[in-house]
Write a protein that binds this ligand. Structure first.
Ligand code: DAH
Length: 335
């Protein structure tokens, strides 16, 4: 009996693997597995075996049945493609395809840029690998300046045909210099981009991040223009109930310099009402001298802010690292 069963199995599996299309598999199913098929009919015979042989025969036949049905399921799946079946009911509702979305950082950059474009700012860009000159010296930060300590970065070899120290820029302020070297005032630009620093990675620091830089240069630009522009921006970006305050600070390339804090009525972040959100100031005349712009005739303001910080604020994200882990469950929340 067991021997016969084995033969039946071998024959069934051989025929199954020879079946070349969905119809052949279906014919095979009827032959072997349907109610009157060879396998059930054969297994019926177990009942008529002498009692002492039944347990062993039952066990083997269950195993065999399982093997055959598994093989059938696997084979069947090969032919479930559209080519082997009538088309689905065309009156069924359509299936939605999940399109990829823009990364939350780029969404934030686009929103920021849009707001500034409405105020007449033009878009400017600069390289991420830049020279020490653009990142520090031209920005009034000579080699021995203590402000360099706070912005340690990654240095790279100069290209074969160039000299000087090359580095991954620590700030988008480099674009201020590049723009002023090639354009004469009036200048009104916004420059988003990636920056790098040798920081310890934690919930609010990464080795790279994005900044948005702004620069306005013209005759008779004053601190009032800077304040008005920043206030308008934060009210547009965060909400009409946003308040901003300017706190005196130091940046090498602006004088006077400020940090901008913002607050929303009733809201606190980590128990604090005011959140530090950007740096800004009036362009230092030394910077104008470095790019041959007449510092007697022109004045200007500049500002820089962190994009991730604004994205975290807008969406209530509490850990910067989430933004770069590329977990689709996280990223797909920002459509
Ligand atoms: N570059 C500064 C930083 O990374 C931010 C900044 C401050 C930019 C003041 C500016 C500015 O343009 O005027 O810390």
């Amino acid at each position: 009996m067991i021997e016969e069963l084995k033969q039946l199995k071998d024959q069934a599996l051989a025929e199954l693997s020879a079946a070349a299309n969905g119809d052949a598999v279906e014919a095979w199913r009827i032959k072997y597995l349907s109610r009157q098929g060879l396998l059930p009919v054969f297994l019926e015979k177990i009942k008529s075996l002498p009692k002492e042989q039944r347990p062993e025969a039952g066990k083997v036949s269950n195993q065999t049945k399982q093997e055959i049905t598994d093989a059938f399921e696997a084979k069947k799946d090969q032919f479930t493609g559209a080519a082997n079946h009538a088309p689905e009911d065309p009156t069924l509702p359509g299936r939605q395809i999940d399109w990829a979305t823009q990364h939350v950082v780029n969404q934030t950059i686009d929103r920021i840029v849009q707001i500034f474009r409405r105020m007449g700012f033009a878009l400017a860009t600069g390289p991420e690998i830049d020279t020490e000159f653009y990142n520090f010296d031209a920005l009034n930060t000579p080699a021995d300046h203590p402000a360099r300590n706070e912005q340690d970065t990654f240095y790279v070899d100069a290209p074969a045909d160039k000299t000087g120290r090359y580095l991954l820029r620590t700030q988008t302020s480099t674009v201020q210099i590049r723009t002023m070297q090639t354009q004469k005032p009036p200048i009104k630009i916004i420059a988003p981009g990636r920056c790098y620093r040798r920081d310890e990675i934690d919930a609010t620091h990464g080795v790279f991040f994005h900044q948005i830089e702004g620069l306005v240069v013209d005759e008779s630009i004053t601190l009032a223009d800077l304040k008005g522009t920043m206030e308008y921006f934060f009210k547009e970006f965060i909400g009409a109930d946003t308040r901003v305050r300017f706190r005196p600070h130091f940046f090498p390339f602006t004088e006077p310099s400020f940090e901008i804090d913002m607050a929303r009525s009733g809201a606190t972040v980590k128990g604090k009402e005011w959140l530090e959100i950007a740096g800004c100031g009036m362009v230092d005349p030394n910077v104008f001298d470095n790019v041959n712009i007449d510092s007697k005739r022109y004045t200007g303001f500049a500002f820089g802010m962190g994009v991730e910080r604004l994205a975290m604020l807008q969406h209530g994200i509490n850990d910067l690292r989430l933004i770069y882990e590329n977990d689709i469950r996280f990223l797909s929340q920002f459509k």
